[in-house]
Design a protein around this ligand. Structure first.
Ligand SMILES: [Zn+2]
Length: 142
């Protein structure tokens, strides 16, 4: 599947193979593979950042949270075991969402195309993340 440019005019939506900046039908601006690749890099950066940050926090906090009240790894987690599990679930959800963004970002960089299926998958992950965080807020104090 070659990369295509898509006309931005909603009434036109003409596509052309390769990087075409002006629409051959209406002369309007087109979304080029280059724009999609730039978006892909952005998504990839966000995904890698989220996965990295959450993995780091997980590594630091998980041992302490598994043993509430104990001094583990230099920190004491004062919440309950359930709160600890809830926090790790949120971390896990962020990591999965980050991985999804990373995969879709890579896809856009490599192909120069958007993928509706992958976009929906990332949106579903985002929705799941919001739902999990929302539930977490009812369990956690403050
Ligand atoms: Zn057009």
């Amino acid at each position: 599947m070659p990369a295509v440019s898509t006309c931005l005019a909603p009434s036109c939506r003409t596509t052309a193979e390769g990087t075409v900046t002006a629409c051959p039908t209406c002369g309007g601006k087109m979304r080029t593979p280059r724009t999609i690749r730039a978006l892909g890099w952005l998504l990839l950066a966000c995904g890698v950042f989220l996965v990295g940050l959450m993995s780091y926090l997980w590594t630091v906090l998980a041992p302490a949270m598994a043993h509430p009240g104990d001094l583990t790894g230099g920190t004491t987690f004062t919440g309950t075991a359930e709160q600890g599990r809830t926090i790790l679930t949120v971390f896990g959800a962020v990591i999965v969402f980050g991985l999804g963004s990373t995969v879709y970002g890579l896809w856009m960089i490599v192909t120069g195309r958007r993928s509706i299926a992958m976009m929906i998958a990332v949106l579903v992950l985002a929705a799941a993340l919001i739902a999990i965080s929302w539930r977490a807020m009812t369990v956690l104090p403050g």
